[in-house]
Design a protein around this ligand. Structure first.
Ligand SMILES: Cc1ncc(C[n+]2csc(CCOP(=O)(O)OP(=O)(O)O)c2C)c(N)n1
Ligand SMILES: [Mg+2]
Length: 514
């Protein structure tokens, strides 16, 4: 890189991003990244791509992730040198584990300053283990293949100079070839599992084969006549589970322990569309990884009928709970629209009650590593990428507070319409449903697991200039029906106290009845 004018490198970066099909770019401010900032600003002014500026690099990275997940396009996120780069680590890991093409573009000092005490200088090369590293700007377009990348650019001074920005005409990239589908013969009693990002196609496989479809909310497949609702409970039922002979799975399943347990079995034939990196257990010889699958012929209709009947009974027998009403209200408001789902209980509550007949058009979640960080920024990115839909997000209070700096958006930045529902139970309610929620750990539980904060979400929103309402569960459907415009937050208070009892009641229902 030494010797090249930084503005010329910046010009070529924009050209590369455009020829890779990029339509959005995210930038965090700094001096070393100055030539990239000016180039992106010019490209935005010329209508070639849309620029989003964020002060906080972690939020910038998660914004790029949301933009990329919802658009399917590569999105660069540009930072200056030093700790700014390390702040991208969390979103880059999530991008790695969900195969999302976020390109971290990190401005650096010249190599000769590395190892000296020069300002804001550290070794930034290969700072994200596992993420392919690119050193030459001209290699960006060729490297973009649906996974993240890191491009580190060493800039000599002068960093900026007045130039007329001309990015040239970009050649479109040809789409990837369709994978060859493995054929699943009908015959064995099969269930189809759709984990995060599985995609709609797996729903068709279930329909063609006449098999029950167990699809998590962010699978993209929780729709159509074969999708079940309370499948998590059905997977507790020996009467159904013991009769399964084969599992076909797609996507990354991590939201339900019952699903992981099923995929960990060694006595079943398992066909997984994907590879070990999105299969939730070490695969034994009974697991076959394929690029795609299709059903051949139809199976005995009584198998699907049994699951459907049990599903209807399980849904009807679910205990009454305000958190389940909340999940249902959000899902129904988002029907046909876009929904971003936070980790922890919001995704699990939805998974139990979300009616496949009222599916949102797009449901996304950060299930790669299931972090509670960056969810607001990811949702904002997704909403910005899909303006044809109204957008909703549902997150726990700690998830909201962890990523609240995602609301730090300058007045000149593109801002989506997005309604964020906060399931406000003052702490992490999920832990009450796990081992550590047992009575033996009660004296430590509140402080080290639940971690209540007492934070005032309304005041935080006021500080960020974001609309805020506090709405009880029963008024949520009405509140969600009125779009406010821009980003608005609805805080819905619920209790954490009954969580363990609710989880136990659900399991009891399933084990005793079906
Ligand atoms: C970045 C990150 N830190 C910690 C965790 C572990 N964790 C999982 S759920 C959770 C609590 C989430 O609380 P909240 O968002 O309020 O949701 P709730 O459990 O109440 O539904 C934590 C800390 C995580 N998943 N990601
Ligand atoms: Mg909570």
């Amino acid at each position: 890189m030494t010797g090249e004018r930084p503005v010329e490198v910046a010009r070529r970066l924009v050209a590369q991003v455009l020829s890779a099909g990029g339509a959005d770019a995210v930038l965090s401010p700094g001096s070393r990244s100055g030539p990239l900032a000016l180039a992106l600003h010019a490209a935005d002014a010329q209508g070639l791509l849309r620029l989003h500026v964020r002060v906080d690099e972690r939020e910038a990275g998660f914004l790029a992730l949301g933009l990329s997940k919802a658009s399917g396009r590569p999105v660069p996120v540009v930072t200056t040198s030093g700790t700014a780069v390390a702040n991208l680590h969390a979103p880059m890991l999530e991008a790695l584990h969900t195969r999302t093409p976020v390109i971290a573009v990190t401005a650096d000092r010249p190599a000769r300053l590395r190892g000296t005490g020069a300002n804001q200088t550290t070794d930034q090369r290969r700072i994200f283990p596992g993420i392919p590293f690119i050193e030459r700007v001209d290699d960006v377009a060729a490297a973009v293949d649906g996974t993240p990348r890191h491009l580190n650019l060493e800039f000599e001074e002068p960093l900026v100079e007045p130039v007329t920005w001309d990015f040239g005409v970009s050649a479109p990239i040809s789409p990837a070839a369709e994978p060859v589908a493995a054929i699943a013969e009908t015959g064995p009693r099969t269930v189809v599992l759709a984990g995060d990002g599985a995609g709609e196609r797996i729903a068709t496989v279930a329909e063609d084969g006449g098999w029950p479809l167990l699809a998590e909310p962010s699978s993209g497949a929780r729709r159509g006549p074969n999708a079940l609702t309370a499948y998590r409970l059905l997977l507790e039922s020996p009467g159904l589970v013991d009769r399964i002979e084969r599992v076909i799975s797609a996507g990354h399943s991590t939201a339900a322990r019952q699903v992981t347990r099923l995929l960990s079995r060694t006595d079943l034939e398992i066909v997984h569309v994907g590879d070990q990196t999105d299969f939730p257990a070490p695969a034994g010889p009974n697991v076959r990884f394929v690029d795609a699958v299709r059903a051949d012929g139809r199976s005995d209709p009584s198998w699907l009928a049994d699951w459907r009947e049990a599903d209807a009974k399980a849904s009807a027998a679910l205990p009454a709970a305000e958190v389940l009403d909340l999940a249902q209200a959000v899902w129904e408001a988002a029907s046909g629209e876009l929904l971003f789902v936070g980790s922890s209980n919001p995704v699990r509550d939805l998974d139990l009650v979300a009616d496949p007949a009222r599916s949102p058009a797009v449901v996304l979640a950060n299930r790669g590593l299931a972090g509670i960080d960056g969810v607001l920024s990811s949702a904002i990115g997704a909403a910005l990428a899909r303006p044809e839909h109204r957008s909703f997000a549902v997150v726990g209070d700690l998830t909201f507070l962890h990523g609240s700096n995602g609301l730090l958006i300058g007045p000149d930045e593109p801002r989506p319409d997005l309604t964020i529902v906060v399931v406000s139970d003052d702490g992490g309610s999920i832990f009450a449903t796990l081992e550590q929620g047992a009575a033996e750990y009660a004296d430590a539980f509140e402080r080290v697991y639940a971690t209540p904060t007492g934070a005032r979400i309304g005041q935080l929103c006021a500080g960020y200039g974001v609309e805020y309402r506090r709405t009880p569960v029963d008024r949520l459907p009405a509140a969600l029906a009125e779009p406010v415009g821009g980003i608005d937050v609805i805080e819905t208070p619920v209790s954490r106290a009954d969580r363990r009892a609710l989880a136990a009641a659900c399991v009891r229902v399933a084990r005793s009845r079906f």
